[in-house]
Design a protein around this ligand. Structure first.
Ligand SMILES: NC(=O)C1=CN([C@@H]2O[C@H](COP(=O)(O)OP(=O)(O)OC[C@H]3O[C@@H](n4cnc5c(N)ncnc54)[C@H](O)[C@@H]3O)[C@@H](O)[C@H]2O)C=CC1
Ligand SMILES: CC(C)CC(=O)C(=O)O
Ligand SMILES: [Mg+2]
Length: 354
C-alpha cells in the first residue's frame, strides 16, 4: 500500500531523530511491500527563520492533505528572545495540534526489561514494573486559554475545560482501559481548580458507562508522588493538557530516559500526528548522540493507529526490544563505562533488526 506522510523535523535534535524514524519506515516498507512518501515541511524555529511564523499555512495545508504526520521537536535558545510568547516556536506545535483537532495524546510509558538497570527507582518500588499510558487531553486547558499582560505587568493565562472536551478524552481513556488492564486513574486538582471540578464531575459520569473499568481519582500532587512511590498501580492515566505534559516526562524517567517515550496525537479521523514526548534537546543537538528510539516507536504508533498496520508496528517494536536485549545503548540509557552508540548507529541497528 501507499501512504503519504507529512514530515515536520523541526529544530534541535528533531532532524537527527526523524531521519532514523524514516529509515525504519523505509525498512518496514521494503519488508512488507508498502511505499511511504514523505512531504517535508517547516515548523517551529525553522519556519520562523524561513517564513517569519512558527506555523506557515503551507505546513497546515500539507498536514491536512497527508495520511499522517511525523514530528521531531521544536524550539531552542535561538528563538527564546521572541515576544510575545504567541510567536515562539512552541506555538507552531500547539497550532498544528489545534488545526488537526488532535485532542487525544497517548503516551505509553513502559520499562523495557533490558533497561531495568537504567530505572532510577529501587526494584522494590517497581512492583510489577511500569506499563502505563498517559491519556492526555491535548487541545484545551491553560495552554490554549487567553494570554495577556495587564497594565501592572502581571501575566495571565486563562485555564478552561468544557464538559464536551472532557467527555471525549474520557471516552478514549475508558475504551483504552478495556483493551488493557481495566483501570483508569483520573488526575486533576479538583480541590482547588474549577476546571478540575468540571473534569472530575464529567469523568465520574462517563465512568458510570464503564462499570467493568475500575476508576480512581487522585489530585495531581499526590499523583506525581504515587508515580514514583508505586508506579505499577497505574494502567491508564487520564488527565488534562498541563498535568499530562508534566506527568509524562516524570513517567519517562522511570523508563530510563525521556528519549524512550513515543506518542500518538489523535483526533476522530485517521489523520494523527506522531511525535516523541521530549523536546528539541538543544544541549545535545547537532552531535548525533540523541536517542532516536522515542521517534522510531512513534512511527510504529503511526503504523498501528493511522494505517492499521499492526504486524508492521510489531516489527518495529520487536526490533527495538531485540536491540536493547543485545545491550546496545545511546548515552542517555548507557551505564557508566558502557559503549555509547550514536543516534545513527542506533537507527541502523534497529533497521537491521527489522
Ligand atoms: N514536543 C516538542 O517539540 C517540545 C519542545 N520543547 C522545547 O524544546 C526545547 C528544550 O526543552 P527542554 O526543557 O530542555 O526539554 P527537552 O526534552 O528538549 O530536554 C530535556 C533533557 O532531556 C534530554 N533529551 C531529550 N530528548 C532526548 C533524546 N532523544 N535523547 C537523549 N536525551 C534527550 C536533553 O538533552 C535534556 O537534557 C525548548 O525550546 C522547549 O520549549 C520541549 C518539550 C516538547
Ligand atoms: C509546546 C509544549 C506544550 C510541548 C510539550 O512539552 C509537550 O507536548 O510535551
Ligand atoms: Mg512536554
Amino acid at each position: 500500500m501507499n501512504f503519504n506522510i507529512c514530515v515536520l523535523k523541526g529544530d534541535g535534535i528533531g532532524p537527527e531523530i526523524v531521519d532514523e524514524a524514516l529509515k525504519a519506515l523505509d525498512k518496514v516498507g521494503e519488508k512488507f511491500g508498502h511505499t511511504f512518501n514523505y512531504d517535508e515541511r517547516l515548523i517551529g524555529g525553522a519556519a520562523i527563520d524561513e517564513f517569519g511564523v512558527p506555523l506557515p499555512q503551507e505546513t497546515i495545508d500539507a498536514c491536512k492533505a497527508s495520511d499522517s504526520v511525523l514530528l521531531g521537536a521544536v524550539g531552542g535558545p535561538k528563538w527564546d528572545h521572541i515576544e510575545p510568547s504567541t510567536n515562539r516556536p512552541e506555538r507552531g506545535l500547539l497550532g498544528i495540534r489545534k488545526e488537526l483537532n488532535l485532542f487525544a495524546n497517548l503516551r505509553p510509558a513502559k520499562l523495557w526489561a533490558p533497561l531495568a538497570d537504567a530505572c532510577p527507582l529501587k526494584p522494590e518500588r517497581l512492583g510489577d514494573g511500569l506499563d502505563l499510558v498517559v491519556c492526555r487531553e491535548l487541545v484545551g486547558d491553560v495552554y490554549f486559554g487567553k494570554k495577556w499582560r495587564d497594565e501592572a505587568g502581571a501575566g495571565h493565562d486563562d485555564m478552561n475545560y468544557s464538559t464536551p472536551e472532557v467527555e471525549r478524552i474520557a471516552r478514549v481513556a475508558f475504551d483504552m482501559a478495556r483493551k488493557r488492564r481495566g483501570k483508569v486513574t483520573s488526575i486533576d486538582k479538583a480541590n482547588v481548580l474549577e476546571t478540575s471540578r468540571v473534569w472530575r464531575e464529567t469523568v465520574q459520569r462517563i465512568a458510570a458507562e464503564y462499570p467493568d473499568v475500575e476508576t480512581d481519582y487522585l489530585y495531581v500532587d499526590n499523583g506525581a508522588m504515587q508515580l514514583v512511590l508505586n508506579p505499577s498501580q497505574f494502567d491508564v492515566i487520564l488527565t488534562g493538557n498541563l498535568f499530562g505534559d508534566i506527568l509524562s516526562d516524570e513517567a519517562s524517567c522511570i523508563t530510563g530516559s525521556v528519549g524512550m517515550l513515543p506518542s500518538a496525537s489523535l483526533s476522530d479521523t485517521k489523520l494523527g500526528m506522531y511525535e516523541p514526548i521530549h523536546g528539541s534537546a538543544p544541549d545535545i543537538a547537532g552531535q548525533n548522540i540523541a536517542n532516536p528510539i522515542a521517534t522510531i516507536l512513534s512511527a510504529a504508533m503511526m503504523l498501528r493507529y493511522s494505517f492499521d498496520l499492526a504486524e508492521e508496528a510489531d516489527a518495529i517494536e520487536n526490533a527495538v526490544a531485540s536491540v536493547l536485549e543485545a545491550g546496545h545503548r545511546t548515552g542517555d540509557i548507557a551505564k557508566a563505562g558502557e559503549k555509547k552508540l550514536t543516534c545513527t548507529e542506533m537507527g541502523d541497528l534497529i533497521c537491521a533488526a527489522i
